[in-house]
Design a protein around this ligand. Structure first.
Ligand SMILES: CC(C)(COP(=O)(O)OP(=O)(O)OC[C@H]1O[C@@H](n2cnc3c(N)ncnc32)[C@H](O)[C@@H]1OP(=O)(O)O)[C@@H](O)C(=O)NCCC(=O)NCCS
Length: 373
């Protein structure tokens, strides 16, 4: 029996990783030693995925080769194509993605292997596939086929093209690409931990990703970005302060605020706030941005809490024309690069993850036959 368990495993070091690192007091985030402020706006999502999965920022030749792998990986298997319409009818977006990734594994040529080579190929395929799965799902529920992905376009540009049906403006693509970079990895967050626990049983990468998607879905994790938008939509622009205070008095959490690790501003929020401001102004109606700013001020004044990655991501995605219920799927599009990199890392130096628990139930129970209970 373990003594003094840490509720929620706060501050417990559960794994070693060379992928990302957080300095929660200074509000800094690093991917393989690169400060997120260095990468955001300068490095594409494809370069970032290569950095995480392969270990280095790619040269031009490496990026071309990885890009070709991604383009090939966009092809969906027969099981997904045959079932996506019914899934879109019956399942909400994150449930559907959980199902679709599982179905996609059936057609993956490397599904039977956990070798490093197979894992790298699967990581690229899953990263390429995830935005296509979201687009196929969205098209199916709105009664059609998505636009064909353009092999010349980046993951960010193709996603906006497929979801909005319009060729996106250059700046919109840059901003969305930066969002994908900002969400790519984040140490031992809940979904990554779930993926690593699954992988550590020597289960396969697709199974680990299905566990991660189910974990990201919850409103205390990736599901928060959707809830932020629903909150903004549900309150009057002039009633932000009152609405926040009312919720706090009722003991409710304000979605998009607080963090287990950051004790100051989340460095990703710094970029997202600025992009939300820019897109709000460019749209001609920055009401949601201004409401967000006020909400940030009130939550800080009342609770001393900072916005996390999900808070300003909500309005950024809104201004980019992404439907609200696809915000968490967008998170998964980016985090796929980190999850898969963690599975590669776990399999490369594996030990079963099996913590202990503190028993708090009854003891010295005496068994009685069923008719005497
Ligand atoms: C992220 C989160 C789950 C971290 O949780 P945690 O480390 O377990 O912290 P706790 O939930 O124990 O919160 C600690 C205290 O801060 C308060 N708090 C934390 N986040 C809060 C929020 N968003 N709104 C209001 N109060 C909050 C808690 O009520 C608690 O107060 P108490 O000590 O008076 O009971 C939590 O901040 C949260 O639920 N945030 C909203 C959901 C969200 O945005 N998730 C995305 C994370 S990237």
């Amino acid at each position: 029996m373990a003594d003094n368990p840490t509720k929620g495993l706060a501050d417990v070091v559960a794994a070693s990783t060379a992928l990302s690192d957080i300095d929660g007091r200074a509000g800094r985030l690093f991917y393989r030693g690169y400060d997120i402020h260095e990468l955001a706006g300068r490095t594409s999502f494809e370069e970032t995925a290569h950095l995480l999965q392969v270990g280095t920022l790619p040269t031009r030749a490496q990026l071309a080769a990885y890009g070709a792998e991604l383009v090939q990986g966009r092809t969906l298997g027969g099981l997904v194509a045959a079932n996506v319409a019914e899934i879109a009818e019956k399942q909400a977006p994150m449930e559907a993605l959980r199902t679709l990734v599982s179905l996609a594994s059936a057609d993956d040529p490397d599904k039977g292997s956990n070798s490093a080579e197979a894992n790298h190929r699967k990581a690229a395929r899953l990263t390429a596939q995830q935005p296509i799965l979201v687009a196929r799902y969205h098209a199916a529920r709105t009664g059609g086929e998505p636009r064909e992905p353009d092999p010349e376009l980046s993951i960010a540009a193709n996603f906006l093209l497929q979801i909005t049906g319009r060729v996106p403006e250059r700046r919109a693509v840059e901003i969305f690409d930066t969002c994908l970079v900002l969400h790519a990895d984040h140490t031992m967050n809940a979904s990554t931990f779930a993926a690593r626990v699954c992988a550590a049983t020597l289960s396969d990468m697709h199974s680990a990703i299905v566990a991660a998607i189910g974990t990201l879905k919850g409103p205390l994790h990736g599901g928060a970005n959707e809830q932020v938008m629903r909150t903004l939509e549900s309150i009057e622009p002039s009633g932000v302060a009152q609405a926040v205070r009312d919720r706090l008095v009722r003991g409710e959490k304000i979605m998009g605020f607080g963090h287990r690790v950051y004790k100051t501003e989340d460095p990703r929020a710094t970029h997202l706030r600025e992009m939300s401001r820019e897109l709000g102004e460019a749209s001609g109606d920055d009401t949601y941005y201004r409401m967000s700013k006020e909400m940030e001020e009130v939550v800080f004044a009342e609770k001393g809490l900072y916005p996390n990655v999900d808070f300003y991501a909500a309005t950024v995605y809104h201004y980019l024309g992404i439907p609200t219920d696809l915000f968490t799927p967008v998170f998964s599009v980016s985090r796929m690069s980190g999850w898969t990199a963690h599975v590669i890392e776990q399999h490369a130096d594996n030990r079963l993850i099996r913590p202990d628990s503190e028993y708090i139930g009854q003891s010295a129970q005496k068994w009685t036959p069923i008719d005497e209970r």
